[in-house]
Write a protein that binds this ligand. Structure first.
Ligand code: FMN
Ligand code: MN
Length: 502
């Protein structure tokens, strides 16, 4: 098995695994679908294929990424950590010793070489080609997600541009507000690569938008890669198969051949529009702001094209697992730069940029502060508002345990660092947009060298007594859900808890 090759293969996997429901009843893309999906996501429910969307011939697929299981199916991996390990394996390559290692090394190198996209001449994404007046966005079942949204938004696109300075490709997921039959806004936030490509143009930039890709490529569009790394390389590597590209019909941009739908067009550097409000993944509406205008020159499609969508909103929403995939997949790369990091967690409730819990192998005074600054200097993690540092033995995914450490180990005067720096584009709390306060909480054990008194020992029962009680447990006649003996009361979590805390 390998990750699904395109959206159809993915839908077949979902169906076979009992992870998809087809809905024949007519539904309204204006708000109604959001409410159905929101209830389904929060209950850990299936992917939904709406086959009868009011006002459009096209079916709409949503909640394809809504659970950990589906996310693992998308990558054809036993866990998201296993996906990260595949990348870690390549990053940590050492000069091989002996024949076996040399062969393994070559296989790894081949897997990198094979990840480069391949071009093809004919493609299903161009079975239907609509240009001029015919290129009309009204054919798509674009959702209006929340009551105060400015209009319909395309929410799950892979936007492809090239840096005019060096021709390097970039693929990013940026929402598109429909402005008319042949125009949308392009929500390129200021820290993003797509925006940098746009800012580097003098006149116009050509833009392609792919909709309805295999799930790994869709995920890759959301992955926070460094600017010079092509997201399609990551997709090819994780799929174990190159992404196939075909030349677009009206612009000089290659587009994924297997896409369901492709929008082709240009963005004029000088043309901006009011974008938003939009009910965003922060759980609040983001305010109206000027963003560039994308003018369509063509829409190409498969016959019977399926339109993909996602609803973001108050966490947890479907994007929770896209974020968790990034958290897990990038851990080995983060460890390459900051090797003392053991694990980290970006709580879903923190909308990913608000909070980062990180465990470290502490080796010297001020080590926690060093790691806070490392996080604030690392790619998109630099936008993190609050960093909590704990010792290596603390489970960063167990928020109750983290809170316990913060309560027990922190002297706010000594262990809280307030500084400032860049903040997420969408964060409405800071006084200034983009720039404001940062909070670091050092919840590690302290040493006298850090100005602490002698640190007390943590309470733990002796192994001997634990074994004795294990052995005798049935004699006592006490029935508990869990008698694991770690002194904590645990009930098996429901789907919502599993999403919020792992
Ligand atoms: C569902 C979803 C919607 C997103 N919408 C936007 C958006 O409208 N604007 C934006 O700048 N980033 C958005 N992002 C985040 C970017 O896709 C992400 O930062 C990505 O790394 C950007 O690619 P880049 O680093 O190549 O610019 C979204 C992510 C997801 C999962
Ligand atoms: Mn990028």
């Amino acid at each position: 098995m390998a990750p699904p090759a395109d959206l159809r293969a993915w839908i077949a996997v979902l169906e076979r695994e009992g992870e998809l429901v087809r809905i024949g009843a007519e539904v309204d893309p204006q708000l109604e679908i959001t409410e159905i999906v929101d209830r389904t996501v929060k209950a850990g429910g299936p992917a939904l294929l709406f086959e009868n969307v009011k006002g459009s011939e096209r079916p709409l697929l949503i909640n394809q990424f809504g659970t950990e299981r589906r996310m693992c199916l998308a990558f054809d991996a036993p866990s998201l950590d296993a996906v990260g390990e595949r990348i870690g394996d390549v990053l940590e390559m050492q000069p091989p010793q002996g024949m076996i290692q040399k062969v393994r090394g070559l296989q790894k190198l081949k897997s990198i070489a094979d990840s480069r996209p391949r071009t093809v001449r004919r493609a299903v994404c161009q079975e239907i080609v609509l240009t001029g007046e015919d290129a009309n966005l009204d054919v798509l079942p674009i959702q209006t997600c929340w009551p105060a949204d400015a209009g319909p938004f395309i929410t799950l696109p892979a936007v492809i541009t090239h840096d005019p300075r060096d021709g390097m490709r970039n693929v990013g997921m940026y929402r598109l507000q429909k402005l008319g039959p042949r125009a949308t806004a392009m929500h390129w936030q200021i820290h993003k690569d797509g925006r940098a490509d746009y800012l580097a143009t003098n006149g116009k930039i050509e833009v392609a938008v792919a909709l309805g890709l295999d799930p790994v490529t869709t995920y890759s569009a959301s992955a926070p890669l460094p600017k010079h790394v092509d997201e399609l390389m990551l997709a090819g590597f994780l799929r174990g198969k190159p992404v196939e590209l075909v030349r677009a019909k009206t612009i000089s941009v290659d587009v994924p051949a297997d896409a369901e739908i492709v929008l082709e067009g240009t963005i004029d550097k000088d043309e901006v529009t009011d974008e938003g409000p939009f009910g965003d993944h922060t759980g609040y509406y983001t305010a109206m702001e000027p963003f560039p205008v994308f003018r369509l020159s063509a829409i190409t499609m498969r016959r019977d094209a399926i339109y993909p969508s996602i609803v973001v909103g108050k966490p947890p929403a479907e994007d929770a697992w896209l974020g968790k995939a990034t958290e897990r997949i990038f851990l080995p790369a983060i460890r390459m730069t900051v090797p003392e990091i053991v694990d980290y967690d970006l709580p879903v409730a923190g909308a990913f940029h608000n909070c980062c819990i990180v465990s470290i192998r502490k080796a010297f005074p001020g080590h926690a502060q060093k790691v806070m600054h490392a996080i604030w200097g690392l790619g998109m993690l630099s936008l993190t508002k609050c960093v909590v540092v704990v010792d290596e033995w603390v489970d960063v995914h167990d928020y109750e345990e983290v809170l316990f450490r913060v309560g027990a180990n922190v002297d706010p005067k000594r262990d809280v660092l307030i500084t400032e720096g860049p903040l997420d584009h969408l964060d409405h709390a800071p006084t200034l947009q983009f720039y404001g306060g940062k909070l670091g909480i050092d919840a590690t054990h302290k040493t006298p060298a850090e100005g602490a008194r002698e640190w007390p020992a943590e309470i733990q029962m002796s192994e001997e007594i634990r074994e004795l009680v294990d052995r005798r447990w049935s004699e006592y006649g006490i029935e508990l859900d869990t008698a694991a003996g770690n002194g904590r009361i645990r009930q098996s979590p429901g789907p919502l808890q599993r999403l919020l805390r792992r």
